[in-house]
Design a protein around this ligand. Structure first.
Ligand SMILES: [Zn+2]
Ligand SMILES: [Zn+2]
Length: 367
């Protein structure tokens, strides 16, 4: 089999147009399983051919320790996809988490990557028992424990919890999983005998976090099974009250799905109530930002006047400006100092008014 053909090489705008023309309803879902996988590279090629034929798009990580998949596919193919998964011993009955808010455009291409680990958690797995995980709780049980006063801890990064969280949750300031878990260990060091509840987007990070906390002496650790994604589905299906407020940050083109109408955050640029999340449209920046509609217009969907100046230039000038500049890595990074950002914006606006540009180097590029 020619491995080079098993990749999608089209540009994002081409892919977006193709998806828009497709015109079939799609379902976005995710699943993961820690399971020993053999011949991962071969498996990757098999899955790619199999799933591409079913119109599956998405991001899938495969490793010797298992699979972590976020996909979208034509709703009419869901049953065939289920059968195809169940036909493999490693994936039989793997639980799906189906997105509650879905415009069918969550993913533009199919990418299956072979990795060392299915979550970049930064933990040494041989240093603790990864199978000694916390108690899995469904939405009703999780709500019950919350009402009984259990301490709830958000295991996501700061930019994820910025736009939604469980009421009263401890929200780590860290922007990596490793940072968050160390912060939680430090913060809760005197609460090792109290009931602790963990949650994350789809449940996978809590598998590691709960085992790690138990290894460090926490006696009573519960975790939200299926994460916020499945919590949202369960409370809807069972008519329960949502103790999660706001939006759920997701790792696809949608950026977030709304769980409740509560707006728990403010625009990082002007401070008004907003939970509209976006990436800076200046491609070398691409920073995640909470930005209200008014600021999106004012800053042309950019994080700052200096990014806006570049973004509004003719495409060919932008291209020559970008030459030799490295774009940010694909790792999502967010603005985590809104106060600092507002200060920078003020300074940049002043400079701009004074000099007419924030990029003096542009004079050599503009004819
Ligand atoms: Zn604003
Ligand atoms: Zn920017």
């Amino acid at each position: 089999m020619d491995a080079h053909r098993l990749r999608n090489l089209h540009r994002p705008d081409v892919l977006r147009t193709r998806l828009e023309r497709e015109g079939v309803p799609r379902t976005t879902l995710s699943f993961y399983r820690y399971v020993r996988l053999k011949d991962v590279q071969d498996l990757r090629h098999e899955l790619y051919s199999e799933w591409e034929a079913l119109g599956v798009l998405g991001r899938i990580y495969l490793s010797q320790e298992g699979i972590n998949a976020q996909v979208s596919l034509p709703t009419e193919n869901l049953e065939i996809f289920r059968t195809a998964l169940d036909a493999r011993t490693a994936f039989v009955n793997v639980p799906w988490k189906i997105a509650v808010e879905d415009d069918g455009k969550s993913f533009l291409k199919l990418a299956i990557k072979v990795k060392k680990k299915i979550v970049a958690d930064g933990l040494a797995d041989d240093a603790f028992d990864v199978t000694n995980v916390g108690t899995h709780l469904d939405a009703a049980a999780f709500n019950q424990k919350l009402e009984e006063g259990a301490l709830v801890v958000d295991m996501r990064n700061n930019y994820e919890s910025a736009i939604g969280y469980f009421e009263g949750a401890y929200l780590p300031k860290a922007d990596t999983f490793r940072g968050a878990i160390d912060e939680v260990l430090g913060e809760l060091h005197d609460k090792k005998n109290e009931p602790i509840l963990l949650y994350c987007t789809g449940g996978i990070r809590c598998e590691k976090a709960s085992a790690y906390l138990k290894h460090h002496g926490f006696a009573n650790v519960g975790q939200l099974h299926g994460g916020i994604i499945d919590y949202a589905r369960q409370i809807k299906a069972q008519g329960l009250a949502s103790k999660y407020k706001g939006q759920n940050f997701v790792f696809d083109e949608r950026l977030a799905e709304r769980i409740t109408d509560d707006v728990v955050s403010t625009c990082m640029q002007c401070g008004t109530k907003s939970d509209r999340i976006s990436n800076c449209h200046e491609v070398t920046c691409n920073m995640l930002i909470v930005q209200c509609e008014a600021c999106a217009e004012k800053y042309a969907e950019c994080c700052s006047p200096s990014c806006r100046e570049i973004h509004l230039l003719p495409e060919e000038v932008q291209r020559s400006w970008r030459k030799g500049r490295s774009t940010r890595s694909t790792k999502t990074k967010a603005i985590n100092d809104p106060e600092g950002l507002r200060k920078r914006i003020r300074e940049e606006e002043e400079l701009l008014a004074l000099n007419g540009t924030l990029h003096p180097e542009l004079t050599t590029l503009i004819p």
